[in-house]
Write a new protein. Structure first.
Length: 341
């Protein structure tokens, strides 16, 4: 290319800017431009379309008038600018028009807010408890407690209560394609409503800075057809199976009699802690620790050996460094965890 250095710099700056825009188009977990997948986000989206159309119209009119005035009344030799102070008529018009537009927009906005917070009588009740740095999901009417992966049946409204324990900090529950962000405030309950319209997997992310691993506090929502969801409910309702393999039995001993049991629940055993996720059906989840790591033997071994090394700031202490476990203890415990289907 044979432009001047200044032209090259300008081109480079433009390309850098384009790259920034391209990143914003990525279909990551926080993408909200892709097709909406719930009744509520679709309504919010249509409302936004109307607002945006009005804003574009006003922008074009106002900018057009400015450009017209700039050209029509530009300085010319021998022409003197008009000297006047204020114009009451114009000022009244320019106050009344925006007020009318805002009042007009308030009608569908308030309507949508009310429609989106309606709780139908057949709603599926779910409690979300946000903790550093993971999500607990309770289905009080189904007796299910799980973590990080939320299952919803398609076309049924879920009424979701969101909170955080009083000894925790503020988080925010956000699944862009299914629902707008809602704060999880210690000791307070906020609600949101989701009526999913399509099956599939949807990513969510904690949207309120909550500490070292805030960015690693994700969640996944699985929207399933009725029979898949019912099967999941039936599986989650069962107690954990007793391990038959001797290494796994040894792992269970270590788990139930060691520190793990103080923080984790495994139904059918004495482990009933609630500081950490319920592990009864750990292996039915595809990810763990805020939906960050794939559920597999290698990752679980690294996690039990030293959780804070994998996830900075994790409330779960290091197995090798703080819980007094040996590597062979870790292996036995992981063999046990792998049986929790
Ligand atoms: C002081 C409480 C505490 C103790 C003790 C503890 N954990 Fe945890 N555990 C946690 C917390 C909190 C998390 C969630 C961490 C996160 O995602 O940031 C967790 C997460 C986990 C997970 C991932 C679960 C999921 O679905 O995300 C596994 C598996 C696990 N712990 C196993 C163990 C084992 C095995 C032991 C005993 C060797 C143990 N934990 C001891 C608090 C504890
Ligand atoms: Cu957070």
């Amino acid at each position: 290319m044979n432009g001047s250095p200044a032209a090259k710099r300008r081109l480079l700056a433009l390309l850098a800017l384009l790259a920034v825009f391209a990143i914003a188009c990525d279909t990551g977990p926080q993408d909200f431009l892709k097709s909406q997948a719930s009744v509520q986000t679709q309504k919010a989206d249509s409302l936004w379309d109307v607002t945006f159309a009005i804003a574009v119209f006003i922008f074009v009119v106002v900018e057009g008038l400015i450009i017209y005035a700039l050209i029509r009344f530009r300085q010319r030799p021998g022409r003197e600018a008009a000297q006047f102070h204020g114009n009451t008529k114009v000022e009244i018009i320019l106050t009344v028009i925006p007020s009318l537009i805002l009042a007009g927009l308030a009608v569908p906005t308030v309507q949508t807010i009310f429609e989106n917070s309606k709780q139908p009588p057949d709603a599926l009740r779910i409690q979300v408890v946000a903790k550093q740095f993971w999500w607990e999901f309770n289905y009080p009417d189904l007796g299910i407690v799980t973590a990080n992966e939320l299952h919803l049946p398609v076309d049924q409204t879920a009424y979701i209560e969101i909170t955080s324990p009083t000894n925790d900090v503020i988080h925010s529950f956000w699944v862009p394609r299914l629902t707008g962000a809602q704060d999880a405030v210690p000791g307070r309950t906020n609600t949101t409503v989701i009526t999913p319209t399509a099956t599939g997997q949807f990513w969510g992310q904690c949207k309120e800075f909550c500490g070292l691993s805030h960015s690693r506090m994700r969640l996944r929502v699985f929207v399933e057809d009725r029979s898949t969801f019912d099967q999941w409910v039936a599986d989650q309702g069962e107690e954990a199976a007793e391990p038959t393999d001797s290494l796994a039995q040894q792992g269970q001993e270590l788990f139930v009699n060691g520190q793990c049991a103080a923080c984790h629940t495994i139904s059918g055993t004495n482990a009933a802690g609630t500081t950490g996720p319920n592990l009864t059906h750990l292996m039915s989840r595809r990810t763990f620790a805020g939906a960050i790591f794939r559920m597999n033997e290698g990752n679980l071994r690294d996690w039990v050996a030293d959780a804070p090394a994998m996830k900075p700031g994790s409330i779960m202490p290091s197995g090798l460094k703080s819980m007094g476990l040996s590597q062979s203890d870790v292996d036995a415990i992981v063999a046990y965890l792998l049986t929790l289907e």
